[in-house]
Design a protein. Structure first.
Ligand code: 15L
Length: 267
């Protein structure tokens, strides 16, 4: 069992799921967001700070032996926002980890938008295929993965870089039948990441056992994670509710879908 597990972005959709379901993993759960975390439970601590505030982030990371880093910008946005949250924020978090009296193990919520420009006909293996980010957000996640790798090689800080697909109760579009990740599968993955004796610094996709999946996680098989859910059970409902995209539309061509045709957001 961990002593202190930090969950960043704890007021977001994935962060609050972690708050609800990871309590058993640590004696104390330290929750972080900029606001909106309500009242701390008996084994919870709340730390409000912006990820771009270096000294606050370093103080927050001190003493945590596990970090689930869900915080930051989770969609495309203006560079100023992406940079503060996902570039400066990541650096501050890893500097906190490096300086901490306890070396943490880290779950980094990367994104499949690191490889969004790959065609939907390509099966990707993160140990073999190059990144092809589909926007500034995707670029920032590529940076995060590189940073995590450097802190592992130089300082031995272990991170699982999980390229999360689409974690919603149900896939809201046909594209997401391929990228869908159920909440149960995500929680099991986090549990495995903090349980294996040696983690190293794997890069893998956070995706359920979908018939339509594009991604091959065999290089991370040693984690012992076996996703159980399959988006196929939602297909007929989705077909009844939505017209699938045409073959020449971005949502049917690229793994990143409409992120690929989104422009640069001006500030
Ligand atoms: C992401 O990275 C986003 O955080 C999420 O909101 C979805 O848009 C997801 O990608 C996706 O592409 O389905």
């Amino acid at each position: 069992m961990l002593q202190k597990l930090l969950i960043t972005g704890a007021n977001g959709s994935l962060g609050s799921l972690c708050r609800q379901r990871l309590g058993h993993m640590a004696k104390t759960i330290r929750l972080n967001a900029r606001r909106g975390l309500g009242v701390a439970g008996p084994d919870e601590e709340i730390v409000y700070c912006d990820l771009s505030d270096k000294s606050a982030v370093e103080a927050m990371v001190e003493g945590c032996d596990g970090i689930v880093h869900m915080g930051g910008q989770a969609v495309e946005g203006p560079w100023k926002i992406v940079k503060a949250a996902n570039i400066d924020g990541m650096f501050n978090l890893y500097e906190g980890a490096r300086k901490s009296s306890v070396q943490p193990r880290i779950f980094f919520a990367s994104s499949h938008h690191t490889t969004g420009f790959h065609a939907q006909t390509t099966r990707l293996d993160p140990s073999k295929n190059p990144t092809r980010p589909d926007g500034l957000y995707g670029v920032s996640k590529v940076f995060g993965e590189a940073l995590a790798r450097m802190y592992y090689d130089k300082f031995g800080i272990e991170t699982a870089c999980v390229r999360i697909g689409s974690c919603f109760p149900e896939p809201p579009s046909h594209r997401m039948l391929s990228s869908w990740l159920s909440a149960d599968d995500m929680i099991c993955l986090i549990e495995r990441i903090f349980s294996v004796p040696q983690l190293g610094c794997p890069v893998l996709y956070g995706v359920s056992d979908n018939d339509a999946a594009w991604w091959d996680n065999s290089s991370a098989a040693y984690l012992g994670w076996r996703p159980k859910d399959n988006s196929e059970r939602f297909r007929s409902k989705l077909d009844a509710e939505r017209t699938p995209p045409m073959r020449n539309e971005p949502d049917a061509m690229y793994q990143g879908g409409l992120f690929c045709t989104d422009g640069i957001h001006e500030e």
